[in-house]
Write a protein that binds this ligand. Structure first.
Ligand code: KG4
Ligand code: ZN
Length: 354
């Protein structure tokens, strides 16, 4: 089954073609980062309008790259939520119109399910059951995945998401939008400087929030204040800024790793999967790799380009559901959407899980 996937929930337009027999055939992404940069964050109306401009050219480009004609599509998947309503409507309307014209089934995909299943696009990824750490700009969740559509929330952030904490802290350290990757790059400089001085860590040791009590919830909103106060009390040099970035990154990634270990222990599951934009963070990857080795569990990440928003994960998640006979008969987008309400998929098409 050849499925087109459309992602337009926020500030990236993503298109991909997933073939249940041959895997990912092609994908393309257009990022609106430059458009929103001068506002310091995503402007919803500008995002919707830019999706309208970019989606069809990107769709043609992706079909060309896959070497298939539009009439060869067997189904269409689009992100139906959660996300910005205007932005979601662009992908949903395009996807459904195309499916209707081709007389093929279509399905609205949950954006976070897309992220959660994205590691399975890589060969050799562990099939469920696994613990998934979902860390993006909007979510920080630990989820027990028993199967496709069988998700139990183990814990989540009570305030800021990990990516949001990265972005806000970057902003108050004066880094340009989008801050997360910039802060990570600065922390890398901080690490090099620390090593040159014979230190193993940052001079700034911030709290590891909520690790001193039981449970799998997170709280990251206090960290940015700690960083701000330390910055204000400092000499405000470039070296200090880099060292602060390192101290912050240490705190977030160690906190995430501690809770991942707890989730593995509590569920007894033998595999850990990481998804979402913060999954691109190198220090987080290194910490979780060490944890997986120590606990002898399998560890899987999406490739770097599929950590952040993309069409491939939507094509893949949609293909799994369409191939199992599911489809959406009604046109609907949901800016808020609880993943626990998703239907389970019992029969998996064989070549999907690597
Ligand atoms: O999954 P994603 O593309 O969008 C959402 O659905 O939210 O995640 C974007 C988030 C942003 O907060 C961004 O700052 C963060 O992921 N991010 C990173 C890194 N790359 C992206 N955070 C830390 N280190 C990175 N290397
Ligand atoms: Zn996302």
């Amino acid at each position: 089954m050849i499925v087109l996937g459309l992602e337009s929930s926020c500030d990236e337009t993503g298109v991909a073609v997933y073939d249940t027999a041959r895997g990912l055939r092609a994908h393309a992404l257009y990022s609106q980062v430059a458009l929103h940069a001068e506002y310091g964050g995503v402007v919803p109306e500008l995002a919707s309008r830019d999706h309208v401009r970019k989606l069809l050219p990107l769709l043609r480009q992706t079909l060309d790259a896959a070497g298939i004609a539009v009439a060869e599509l067997d189904g269409v998947a689009y992100t139906a939520g959660p996300g910005l309503i205007g932005a979601l409507l662009v992908g949903a309307a395009t996807g459904r119109a195309l499916a209707w014209a081709l007389d093929v089934p279509s399905i609205g995909v949950h954006h976070m399910e897309g992220h959660l299943l994205s590691p399975l696009l890589e060969p050799g990824a562990p099939p469920p059951p696994f613990v998934c750490l979902l860390v993006s700009g909007g979510h920080t969740q630990l989820v027990a995945v028993e199967g496709i559509g069988r998700y139990t929330l183990l814990g989540e952030t009570l305030d800021d998401a990990a990516g949001e904490a990265f972005d806000k802290t970057a902003k108050l350290l004066g880094l340009p939008y989008p801050g997360g990757p910039q802060l990570a790059a600065l922390a890398l400089q901080g690490r090099a400087a620390a090593e040159a001085e014979g230190r193993r860590e940052s001079r700034f040791q911030f709290a590891r929030p909520m690790t001193d009590r039981p449970g799998l919830d997170f709280s990251f909103s206090g960290l940015k204040t700690q960083v701000l106060l330390a910055w204000q009390a400092s000499d405000r040099s470039e070296a200090t800024r880099a060292d602060l970035a390192l101290g912050f990154e240490d705190a977030v990634t160690e906190t995430l790793a501690i809770k991942c270990e707890r989730a593995l222990r509590e569920t007894g599951m033998k595999a850990l999967v990481v998804a979402g934009g913060v999954g691109a963070n190198r220090q987080l990857r290194a910490r979780l790799a060490a944890l997986a080795e120590r606990r002898r569990v399998a560890l899987s990440f999406p490739r770097l380009e599929f950590c952040t928003d993309n069409g491939a994960m939507i094509a893949f998640a949609g293909a799994l559901r369409l191939a199992a006979g599911q489809q959406d008969l009604a046109f609907r987008v949901q800016p808020r959407w609880d993943m626990a309400t998703l239907d389970a998929v019992t029969a998996l098409p064989s070549p999907v899980a690597g």
